[in-house]
Every structure is written in structure tokens, then in C-alpha cells.
Design a binder for this molecule. Structure first.
Ligand code: SAM
Length: 317
């Protein structure tokens, strides 16, 4: 049979009128239950277009919280990092902005999913990998960074912080920017049965069943010290859960955060609650109605915490 004619781009495609006569399909003859292909369920949240849009908006929120600073570790234009690793880089925005801010640095971003853009500064590269597996980098880094990796690890201390220590050159810095899922309140306006709080508790139960830490943040400072980092600093920022604060900037921040949480709620819930709590999609969506409603209650003065923790590998290590 003659090959199909080349397209205008010069590439040949199999056409619809060429049946796959020469192919023998053998799937049914050898596949039984014991050879079921299990999906990779290392990460229980989606990486689709709506989630990537939400992650981008989340990026803008963190940027606002940090007053536009990409990091709090003591690098600057006068003292730039040289080799930077961004673990679980997501859509890669932090890595790209680091590449622009520090043109002399080499920036590597890694993620489970290939969701990073193709056109990036020449000093930025992305690799697909599971960072909970062994790291295999030929050279040491002088700055390693994580941001919003809740649900990525079963044990952030051994999987990430210890490995970061091992892959930093002496004097290099690790910075973790993480938001634990727990909500906080300073003025007793958070009722025990408030929808989002009930959801948070259930989410954390699912996290334990999934062997995923959904509360990394308050312990990071201790983990860094235990692993051997020195000069460890912690800064904690409050992110209001909706527009309840009086102060204009915090009100705006809260409204942005509320929108982001509402956008992400189904994505946070479906994989975790289906896989680990045995719920159906219908049951989950029904239960989320009240959770969404609760996020509009400005009488509840709840907030999340952003932990930014940075520490240095000692010169002598
Ligand atoms: C919420 S996104 C955060 C992305 C980015 N750091 C940011 O601040 O925008 C979490 C990312 O972690 C990635 N991820 C999850 N588990 C991972 C793993 N074991 N190794 C590498 N990346 C992982 C996911 O694919 C997802 O893109």
C-alpha cells in the first residue's frame, strides 16, 4: 500500500480510510486482573488548566503578601545566587522570575508534571521528576526553594529538607514557603462547626490516610535545625480567609484568597475524599455547598498562615 501523502508540513499521517489491518491487538489475550495498571497517585490534586490558573492566582497572592520579594534568604543583586533549585515548581513562575532577577544564575525547576512554559529566560530549565525519589544532580546548589507543596510529601523533613542539605554547597540556603491547611483565629469568632473548619478536619483525616502531610509549616524551623541548618529564620504572615479585615490591603488580600479557595475547593477535595474516604463525587460536591457558603461569613475572623523559613548550611558541613 502506498504511504499517505505528506501534509504541507511534510509529516505523514495515517488517514481515516486506512484501516489498521496489519496490526494485531493482543491486549485481551494477556491482561488479567493481576496485571491491572495502577495510576500514579503520588499527588492527589489535579494539574489541569483550571488548577494551573488557580496556582497562578495563588502566586500573585503570595507575591502581595511578601511585598513582591521572591525570597527572604539573604540574596540580592549585589550578592546573587549562582545555582538555584525550585522543587515542585508547578507552572514555573517563581523559577522564571528568579531567572529574570538574577541573570547570572542558573535556575532549575522540577515537577511531576510538564506544565511549565516553553519560552523562558535562557538561564532557566525545567525537569520532570519526583522529588521524593533520590536526587541525582551532578553539582551542588547555593539556593534551594519550595513554595506551597502541601500534599506533595509524606515526610518533608527526610524527603526534602535532608536532601536539600545534602545538595547545598557549604554556605548555601534552603527557603521553604508553605501554608499549612489549618485555619486560625485570634478573637474567638471561629465556631467549632464552621463549614471550612469542618472541611479542614476532614481534609486532614484524608491526608493521614493518604500518607501526605497537609500541615507542614510550624515544624519546618525545627526540622531545618535538626538536619543541621544554622541561622534559621522564620517569618509568619496571616492571610485572611475572606474580606473580613478592616484594613484595605488585608481586605483585598482576603478577598483574593477567598476566591482562590473557592476555585480550588473541588480540586482539593475530589481526589482525597474519593480515594481515601470512599465518597462519591456527588456526595462530595453536596457536602461542599455548606463549606463554600461558610467562606462568605465575615463574622468569622479566620486566617491561614504562610510560613517562610530559611536557613544556611554551615561552612564547615
Ligand atoms: C500547588 S503546586 C505549587 C507550585 C509552585 N511551587 C508554586 O508556588 O506555584 C504543587 C506542585 O507540586 C508538584 N508535585 C507534587 N508532588 C511532587 C513530587 N513528589 N515531586 C515533584 N513535584 C511534585 C505538582 O505537580 C504541582 O505542580
Amino acid at each position: 500500500m502506498a504511504p499517505p501523502p505528506p501534509t504541507s508540513s511534510g509529516i505523514s499521517f495515517r488517514s481515516a480510510d486506512r484501516p489498521l489491518d496489519n496490526y494485531q491487538f493482543t491486549f485481551e489475550s494477556y491482561l488479567d486482573d493481576s496485571s491491572r495498571i495502577e495510576p500514579d497517585v503520588s499527588y492527589h490534586f489535579p494539574n489541569d488548566a483550571p488548577e494551573n490558573d488557580r496556582v497562578e492566582e495563588q502566586y500573585a497572592i503570595i507575591e502581595m503578601v511578601l511585598d513582591g520579594r521572591l525570597h527572604l534568604a539573604p540574596f540580592s543583586r549585589a550578592n546573587p545566587p549562582r545555582r538555584v533549585l525550585d522543587i515542585a515548581t508547578g507552572t514555573g513562575t517563581w523559577a522564571i522570575e528568579m531567572g529574570d532577577q538574577y541573570p547570572e544564575a542558573e535556575i532549575i525547576g522540577t515537577d511531576l508534571s510538564p506544565i511549565q512554559p516553553t519560552f523562558v529566560p535562557p538561564n532557566v530549565r525545567f525537569f520532570i521528576e519526583d522529588s521524593s525519589d533520590d536526587w541525582d544532580y551532578p553539582n551542588l546548589f547555593d539556593f534551594i526553594h519550595t513554595r506551597l507543596t502541601t500534599g506533595c510529601w509524606s515526610d518533608m523533613k527526610t524527603q526534602i529538607i535532608q536532601r536539600a542539605f545534602d545538595h547545598l554547597q557549604p554556605g548555601g540556603w534552603l527557603e521553604c514557603q508553605e501554608i499549612p491547611s489549618m485555619v486560625y483565629c485570634d478573637d474567638d469568632t471561629l465556631p467549632d462547626d464552621w463549614g471550612w473548619l469542618r472541611w479542614t478536619r476532614e481534609f486532614q483525616v484524608a491526608g493521614r490516610l493518604a500518607n501526605r502531610d497537609l500541615n507542614a509549616g510550624p515544624d519546618i524551623k525545627d526540622w531545618m535545625c535538626e538536619v543541621g541548618f544554622v541561622d534559621v529564620h522564620e517569618a509568619v504572615f496571616k492571610i485572611p480567609i475572606n474580606g473580613w479585615p478592616r484594613e484595605a490591603r488585608l481586605k483585598q488580600l482576603g478577598m483574593m484568597w477567598q476566591r482562590n479557595l473557592l476555585e480550588g475547593l473541588s480540586a482539593f477535595s475530589l481526589g482525597m475524599f474519593c480515594r481515601f474516604m470512599g465518597k462519591t463525587v456527588e456526595e462530595i460536591e453536596l457536602s461542599l455547598v455548606d463549606v463554600r457558603k461558610s467562606l462568605f461569613d465575615r463574622d468569622v475572623h479566620a486566617y491561614h498562615k504562610l510560613y517562610v523559613v530559611w536557613g544556611r548550611k554551615p561552612e564547615a558541613a
